[in-house]
Design a protein around this ligand. Structure first.
Ligand SMILES: CC(C)(COP(=O)(O)OP(=O)(O)OC[C@H]1O[C@@H](n2cnc3c(N)ncnc32)[C@H](O)[C@@H]1OP(=O)(O)O)[C@@H](O)C(=O)NCCC(=O)NCCS
Length: 196
């Protein structure tokens, strides 16, 4: 077998092993999530089938929540964007979703995601459906995502937050992780040390 073929075959093999490992790590993330008020949600890794549920979730967000999350007006999530957001590799890009029940077709009510920006750093973002906000879902999704990220050698989470987004800023200040915040071009840039 030519050297190059052997190399590409073994690369394919190791890439496939890494993908299988990441998928099983993502499967291990599935759990129930108890809120401070006693309500129970389901937490799981996002999957490619979630694209239409992500579009429906986006459709239920208020214009302000969309603006805080995407820094602009975006009344609809296009199919192409929903597909990109629902197709992650469970390592460089990862997302966890919360649903009110374990039913596979249950609506998505919150999403936390990260995208790696350096070997040990990733930018993260959260969105919780308006009717579910203020119940402690955001912080719990952040903790679950950070726990997953730590197992993928990520030690720092960063986020850009509008300075008017008081709920997100309060969440960051109370999020159990050492945090630094500074202003850049009218936005707060937060860095969280998620090592433990
Ligand atoms: C910002 C957002 C993700 C927060 O999620 P949430 O589930 O509504 O979060 P909660 O309000 O339950 O938690 C934050 C609150 O809990 C408090 N809190 C969080 N962790 C806490 C802790 N460990 N101990 C004590 N209080 C804590 C915060 O002070 C805050 O309280 P306050 O708003 O009454 O001051 C959500 O409101 C949202 O999706 N907003 C729109 C999109 C957005 O802004 N995304 C962020 C873009 S980076």
């Amino acid at each position: 077998m030519p050297e190059q073929d052997r190399a590409s075959r073994s690369l394919t093999g190791s890439a496939a092993r890494a993908a299988a490992q990441s998928e099983s790590a993502a499967a291990a993330l599935a759990r129930s999530l108890t809120l401070p008020d006693g309500a129970t949600l389901r937490l799981r890794a996002i999957c490619p089938d979630d694209a239409p549920r992500l579009q429906a979730f986006h459709g239920r967000l208020s214009p302000q929540a969309i603006c805080f999350r995407f820094f602009g007006v975006m009344p609809e999530l296009t199919s192409a964007f929903a597909e990109r957001l629902s197709q992650v590799d469970y390592d460089e890009r990862m997302a966890v979703v919360a649903t009110p029940s374990a039913d596979a077709s249950a609506p998505i009510i919150a999403v936390a995601r990260y995208e790696r920006t350096a070997r040990t750093e990733a930018e993260f973002a959260l969105a919780v459906e308006d009717d579910w906000q203020g119940r402690g879902i955001g912080p719990r999704l952040l903790w679950a995502l950070a726990e997953y990220a730590r197992h993928h050698e990520i030690t720092t989470f960063t986020a850009e937050v509008m300075y008017t987004n008081e709920r997100m800023l309060a969440l960051l200040r109370h999020a159990r992780f050492p945090v630094t915040m500074r202003m850049r071009e009218g936005r707060v840039v937060a860095r969280l040390d998620i090592t433990d």
